[in-house]
Design a protein around this ligand. Structure first.
Ligand code: AMP
Length: 284
């Protein structure tokens, strides 16, 4: 496996691979890899000739006071895990090279990014779409792999690809969870043992919502109330949002029908965690 830090070297590598007819799969990450990331690497391995994992903690997607300065990292461990999962290249550029002095061009999705996480993180998705477009232009992937864990992000990337006619196939893979249901996240590292216990309330409350829906409840307000009650019962939990939305538009749903997404963001202490559950209620 090769580690490439230089942007022009990465682009030259990809141009040469494509010249040989190779299909490139890209897995964009911020590093501190876990099984969620590795599931994407394995999917890329199965469908590509060359697998590139990017590791870049992207400053433009963090807001003031967020955890950019203390985001966990362990490049040596990441290299080992990525290689074991089938990566050919780790692309690990510096922030200074990605955003040179005077950088002033951003790409912004203007509708979907106003919902859910966009409300409390107003510049987040502009940073995401900008860096992902840059990575596409550098790595030239045929396909790029994203996790359903960040459902809104995946939807926005798909919209950008459609709207800007980018020649990349977007694959979205299921959420990988711990045994007790907590979605894997590099940020779980921040949790104290006690907070780690409380963090199970995110998935627990989604399961509770699914149970209510299973027993016939269709009023979003009632389901939201039950979810919020359950989360608030966990010691250090503070709700950022609990939303029930149409999966394709992210508009709030009142009566549940069709493809819906129950999405939530919760602070456990200072750590902001997200989770979601997608349900299809079309067969009624
Ligand atoms: P991150 O490093 O957190 O920016 O995540 C990089 C990619 O891995 C994104 O597409 C995430 O959605 C995906 N990812 C993160 N956690 C999980 C998980 N628990 N299951 C599946 N995919 C994940």
């Amino acid at each position: 496996m090769e580690l490439i830090t230089d942007i022009s070297k990465m682009q030259a590598f990809s141009l040469s691979a494509k010249g040989e007819g190779k299909r490139i799969g890209l897995v964009p990450t911020m590093g501190y890899l876990h099984e969620g990331h590795l599931s994407l690497v394995r999917a890329a391995r199965a469908a590509s000739d060359t697998v590139v994992v990017s590791i870049f903690v992207n400053p433009t997607q963090f807001g003031p006071g967020e955890d950019f300065d203390r985001y966990p990292s362990d490049l040596e461990r990441d290299k080992r895990l990525a290689e074991e999962a089938g990566a050919d290249v780790i692309f690990h550029p510096s922030a200074g090279d990605m955003y040179p002095q005077g950088f002033s061009t951003y790409v912004e999705e203007t509708k979907l990014s106003k919902h859910l996480c966009g409300l409390s993180r107003p510049t987040h998705f502009r940073g995401v779409t900008t860096v992902v477009l840059k990575l596409f232009n550098i790595v030239l992937p045929d396909a790029a792999y994203f996790g359903q864990k960040d459902a809104q992000q995946a939807l926005i990337i798909k919209r950008m690809v459609r709207d800007l006619n980018l020649p990349v196939r977007i694959e979205v893979l299921p959420i990988i969870r711990e045994e007790d249901g907590l979605a894997l996240s590099s940020r779980n590292e921040y949790l104290s043992p006690e907070q780690r216990g409380q963090a199970t309330v995110l998935y627990g409350s989604l399961v509770q919502a699914a149970r209510l829906i299973g027993s016939g409840e269709r009023k979003a307000s009632r389901i939201k109330e039950a979810v919020m009650d359950m989360i608030e019962s966990a010691g250090e939990a503070r709700i950022d949002y609990v939303s029930i939305v149409n999966r394709d538009t992210l508009d709030d749903a009142e009566e549940l029908r069709g493809n819906i997404l129950i999405a939530l963001a919760v602070f456990i202490g200072k750590t902001r965690l997200i989770d979601n559950l997608e349900l299809n209620l079309t067969e009624e």
